[in-house]
Write a protein of this length. Structure first.
Length: 177
């Protein structure tokens, strides 16, 4: 993980947390603003997120992602506008946001420091889907989280792994005695 003591490190941690914890695309992440973070149904969410095909969705934000994001926002003094900003060499935030290319570099630099040679930002999105699925998340809820129109697109993210040892139809609740 990036160094949580520096402003750039806090920003990069927040970027990675949002990609992995919320399953965002690079473009979606760079377009986030303070106004897109709102409380909904007693939790934080990214509201009115415009995804591919101009589809609008609400993305729940896990507490650990919000805490990482808050650490960046407080340290950078961001109260409105884009969530993510450049950090100059003097260690101060500047500008009106970052580019999708900046997100790419953050992921690549972090991956290189962990000896992961071929990690792209979209791999973190796929990892989010896989982790949601592996922890028992329902397919339709993962589809809504990622903003996929087709459930088949979502299914491709974790592939069909047939399990015969513990099959899905072993315990249907109708077994005799």
């Amino acid at each position: 993980m990036p160094d949580g003591q520096t402003l750039t490190g806090k920003r990069n941690r927040a970027i990675l947390a949002n990609l992995l914890g919320c399953g965002l695309r690079r473009r979606e992440l760079v377009e986030l603003t303070m106004e897109s973070l709102q409380r909904r149904e007693e939790r934080w969410a990214i509201v009115d997120l415009i995804g591919n095909g101009r589809h609008i969705r609400i993305v729940p934000v896990p507490n650990w992602v919000k805490e990482t994001l808050d650490a960046w926002l407080v340290a950078a003094g961001i109260e409105s506008g884009p969530l993510f900003r450049c950090v100059c060499r003097a260690g101060n935030p500047w500008g009106d946001g970052i580019s999708a290319k900046t997100v790419w570099h953050v992921v690549k630099k972090t991956a290189a420091s962990m000896n992961i040679p071929h990690l792209a930002p979209h791999d973190l999105r796929r990892s989010c889907a896989r982790l949601c699925h592996d922890s028992g998340g329902e397919l339709d809820q993962i589809q809504f989280l990622l903003g996929h129109v087709s459930v088949q697109t979502t299914e491709r993210y974790f592939g069909g792994r047939r399990r015969l040892r513990v099959a899905v139809n072993d315990k249907l609740g109708i077994e005799p005695g």
